[in-house]
Design a protein around this ligand. Structure first.
Ligand SMILES: *[C@@H]1O[C@H](CO)[C@@H](O)[C@H](O)[C@H]1NC(C)=O
Ligand SMILES: *[C@@H]1O[C@H](CO)[C@@H](O)[C@H](O)[C@H]1NC(C)=O
Ligand SMILES: *[C@@H]1O[C@H](CO)[C@@H](O)[C@H](O)[C@H]1NC(C)=O
Ligand SMILES: *[C@@H]1O[C@H](CO)[C@@H](O)[C@H](O)[C@H]1NC(C)=O
Ligand SMILES: *[C@@H]1O[C@H](CO)[C@@H](O)[C@H](O)[C@H]1NC(C)=O
Ligand SMILES: *[C@@H]1O[C@H](CO)[C@@H](O)[C@H](O)[C@H]1NC(C)=O
Length: 296
C-alpha cells in the first residue's frame, strides 16, 4: 500500500537480515525464492528517502448504487459525488464507483536505508471519493480491509499500523499480479488463510479493446487518492504514470471482467459481471510513516 511502512518494520527487516530472528530470516528468504515477471525497481535511487517499488495488477471500477455505498461506508464520511461526476460526467445516475483490485508489490526498497522488503500481494475493495471532514477539496480513498500474502509479516504489520484489518491470505498466482490464459483471459485469486472466515476475492478479465468507459486519467486520479482506514494515519502513496513502465510492452491495458468476492465491508458474498477497468503496472512512492489526512 500503501502497506509496507514504518521505521519499526524497516528496523525489523535489518534485524532479520542480520540473523537476529531466525524464523523471520527463513520467511524472508522463502519469499525471495518467489520469481516474479515484474519489471525491476529503477527509481529507488531517485527517491532515496521513500519506500519505492513497482505495483502491478488489475484495478476494476465496480458501479454500486449510492444507497449501498452509503450503507457500507462508515457514517462519519461523506461521498464526494460531485468530484467523480466532474471527472466522469457519463457515470450512471445514482451510482458510485467502488474499486476491486488485486495487486502485486514488487522489488520494494528504501535506498537511503539500504533495505528491501520481500514482494507481496494484496486484494481489496476500496472506496475512493471520500471526504473525511465534510468539505475537503480533494477526496481520499477509504480502505478498511485487505487480504495480504500470509508470509509477509512486515507488510501485514505495516498495513495494520495504518488501522487496516488484514486477512493473511494465499494468492494465485503467488508471485505475480495475474496469470494469463492462452485465450487472453487473465485471472487472479486471493483466499484468506482462515478458511472459516472464507474471505476471498477473484478477478477474471479480458481486454476490452476500444470500449474504455474509464479513461486512464480517471484511474490515475483514483489510485493517487491518499488511502486511509483511520483519518489520523493517511498513506500518501503515489503511483507514477510518467515512466517507461507505463509505455510499450508493459503499458496499461483496458479490460472488462468479473468480480467474485466475500470481503468487508460487505457482510456476504458478492458478484459483479461486465465491469471495466485496467491491467496496470506503475512505479510507486510511499512515505516511511503515516501522517494525518489533510485536505489540499
Ligand atoms: C505485470 O504482470 C504481468 C503478469 O505477471 C507481466 O506479464 C507484466 O510484465 C507485468 N508488468 C510490469 C510492468 O511489471
Ligand atoms: C547494503 O546491504 C547489503 C546487504 O545487506 C550489504 O552487503 C551492503 O554492504 C550494504 N551497503 C551499505 C552501503 O551499507
Ligand atoms: C482527483 O480529482 C478531484 C476532482 O477533480 C480532485 O479534487 C483531486 O485533487 C484529484 N486527486 C488526485 C490525486 O489527482
Ligand atoms: C478463456 O478460458 C477461460 C478458462 O480457462 C474461460 O473461463 C474464459 O471464459 C475464456 N475466455 C474467453 C474470452 O473465451
Ligand atoms: C496459510 O496457508 C498456506 C497455504 O495453505 C500455508 O502454507 C501457510 O502455512 C498458512 N499460514 C498460516 C500463518 O496459517
Ligand atoms: C513524474 O511524475 C511525478 C509525480 O507526479 C513528478 O514528481 C515527476 O517530476 C514526474 N517526472 C517527470 C520526468 O516528468
Amino acid at each position: 500500500m500503501d502497506l509496507c511502512h514504518l521505521h519499526l518494520a524497516l528496523v525489523s527487516i535489518g534485524a532479520a537480515v542480520k540473523g537476529a530472528d531466525a524464523s523471520q530470516v527463513a520467511r524472508l528468504s522463502a519469499s525471495a525464492d518467489c520469481q516474479s515477471l515484474d519489471t525491476p525497481n529503477q527509481h529507488s535511487q531517485s527517491y532515496p528517502d521513500l519506500i519505492t517499488g513497482n505495483l502491478n495488477g488489475t484495478t476494476l471500477i465496480v458501479p454500486i448504487s449510492l444507497e449501498i455505498a452509503q450503507e457500507v461506508i462508515p457514517d462519519e464520511y461523506e461521498i464526494a459525488e460531485q468530484a467523480y461526476r466532474e471527472l466522469l460526467p457519463s457515470f450512471p445516475d445514482g451510482m458510485y464507483p467502488m474499486v476491486a483490485q488485486i495487486v502485486h508489490d514488487h522489488d520494494i526498497r528504501v535506498y537511503s536505508l539500504n533495505t528491501s522488503l520481500a514482494d507481496f500481494s494484496r486484494a481489496s475493495l476500496e472506496f475512493p471519493f471520500i471526504y473525511i471532514a465534510g468539505d475537503d477539496h480533494s477526496p481520499f480513498r477509504w480502505v478498511g480491509t485487505s487480504l495480504i500474502t500470509y508470509s509477509n509479516d512486515i507488510a501485514i504489520e505495516g498495513a495494520q499500523s495504518y488501522g487496516i484489518t488484514v486477512h493473511p491470505a494465499t494468492f494465485d498466482p503467488p508471485c505475480d499480479a495475474y496469470v494469463s490464459k492462452p485465450n487472453g483471459t487473465t485471472y487472479a485469486h486471493s483466499q484468506s488463510n482462515d478458511t472459516a472466515a472464507g474471505r476471498f476475492l477473484t478477478l477474471q478479465t479480458e481486454s476490452s479493446g476500444e470500449n474504455v468507459p474509464y479513461p486512464l486519467d480517471f484511474i490515475k486520479n483514483v489510485t493517487n487518492q491518499p488511502v486511509f482506514a483511520n483519518p489520523q494515519m493517511c498513506d500518501y502513496y503515489v503511483r507514477l504514470f510518467n515512466t517507461s513502465v507505463t509505455k510499450g510492452e508493459t503499458a496499461p491495458v483496458p479490460v472488462v471482467g468479473n468480480v467474485r468476492t466475500n470481503l468487508e465491508p460487505f457482510t456476504g458474498p458478492q458478484m459483479w459481471d461486465g465491469v471495466y477497468g485496467w491491467r496496470l503496472a506503475t512505479p510507486f512512492l510511499e512515505p516511511l510513516e503515516p501522517s494525518v489526512c489533510v485536505e489540499t
